[in-house]
Write a protein that binds this ligand. Structure first.
Ligand SMILES: C[S@@+](CC[C@H](N)C(=O)[O-])C[C@H]1O[C@@H](n2cnc3c(N)ncnc32)[C@H](O)[C@@H]1O
Length: 308
């Protein structure tokens, strides 16, 4: 059974332990908010460094195609920046620490485990519960799973396949979503097509804007034709405050991938969507249709984008 190709992690993973936990007293409210602020800072810093690393590596790749002297000098400088960025990521504790901080903060920072929004919706849409005992369980692919138990209350109806670039549990398959094979015969680990794919706070984690587009394309291809559901969550500022992206652009991309939005919700921090597959699409027809172009400028805006 071919194993899913592991993507090289951008960092040498090195776990940093938090300071000793004192049992002497119950943590006060200010202790908790200090910890929460620290967690948020680590997560934000990790995202920023990860994004810089992606841009630096893309630039090196681009310049390496032309081996002029001037380019060689710039490449050398870029490689130094790459090393410095990797060192900073290492100092933060790497992807492992980022994930542990994200997991601890899942209920607070993300405003709750996002899977609960999906589950409530599946009940509202009468997709759950599965009333007929003989009905096959829903095959769900959870990408970027920090715990294999997010759907434990629904195990009688839902069969999750959990993956992550850096697995935190033996039930989470360590692999890159983009290498999940489309054909079940290639690997029994992945029972595609899937009824549901969860891309919750994963696409914004990827620093390369073209790979973000590739993730949406891959999700659309892996879903059950005409009924598959894509659960998609982004931090709200990605669609509400970006120079290059907004909800209209997201929905245009989704529509060109043959899907339509059947539900959405904006919390104070996150934008939740449920997209449903309606028809097939051709990758060659949509490639190049969604470039990075300025939608609206402003000093307080961010640069989030998804490119196809
Ligand atoms: C913010 S964290 C976890 C998000 C979690 N799903 C949630 O909703 O709270 C993002 C996770 O996505 C994982 N990830 C990012 N890109 C991935 C990819 N291409 N394949 C698999 N996992 C990926 C990262 O390793 C990280 O653990």
């Amino acid at each position: 059974m071919p194993k899913c190709n592991k993507r090289k992690l951008p960092i040498t993973v090195q776990t940093q332990h938090e300071g000793p936990v004192s049992n002497a007293r119950t943590p006060s409210k200010s202790d908790k908010s200090r910890k929460k602020a620290k967690r948020t800072l680590i997560i934000q810093e990790f995202h920023t460094l990860n994004k810089s690393l992606s841009s630096i590596r893309k630039e090196i790749e681009h310049l390496s195609r032309d081996s002029s002297k001037a380019n060689n000098k710039t490449i050398e400088q870029l490689k130094k920046s790459e090393t410095r960025t990797l060192e900073k990521l290492n100092d933060l504790g790497g992807l492992d620490t980022y994930q542990k901080q994200s997991l601890r903060g899942q209920s607070k920072i993300s405003g709750g485990d996002t899977s609960r929004w999906l589950i409530d919706l599946l009940f509202k849409l009468e997709i759950l519960p599965l009333v007929n005992k003989n009905t096959k369980k829903l095959e769900l692919l959870e990408v970027g799973a920090l715990s294999p138990l997010n759907y434990s209350k629904e195990f009688k109806w839902i069969k999750p396949t959990c993956i992550d670039l850096n697995s935190q549990h033996k039930l989470i398959i360590e692999c890159d979503f983009l290498s999940v094979p489309l054909d079940t015969n290639v690997s029994k680990q992945f029972p595609c097509p899937f009824d549901i794919i969860s891309l919750s706070l994963v696409v914004n984690f990827e620093g390369d804007i073209s790979k973000r587009g590739d993730m949406l394309i891959h999700a659309a291809k892996l879903l059950e034709p005409r009924s598959g559901l894509l659960f998609f969550v982004l931090p709200l500022p990605c669609i509400s405050n970006s120079r290059y992206f907004n909800e209209n652009k997201l929905l245009e991309i989704i529509s060109s991938l043959g899907m339509k939005c059947i539900a959405k919700h904006h919390s104070s921090k996150l934008a939740y969507y449920l997209f449903k597959v309606e028809k097939s699409f051709s990758v060659s027809e949509i490639k190049g249709k969604f470039p990075k172009i300025l939608i609206g400028d402003g000093s307080k805006k961010n640069n989030f984008c998804i490119k196809i």
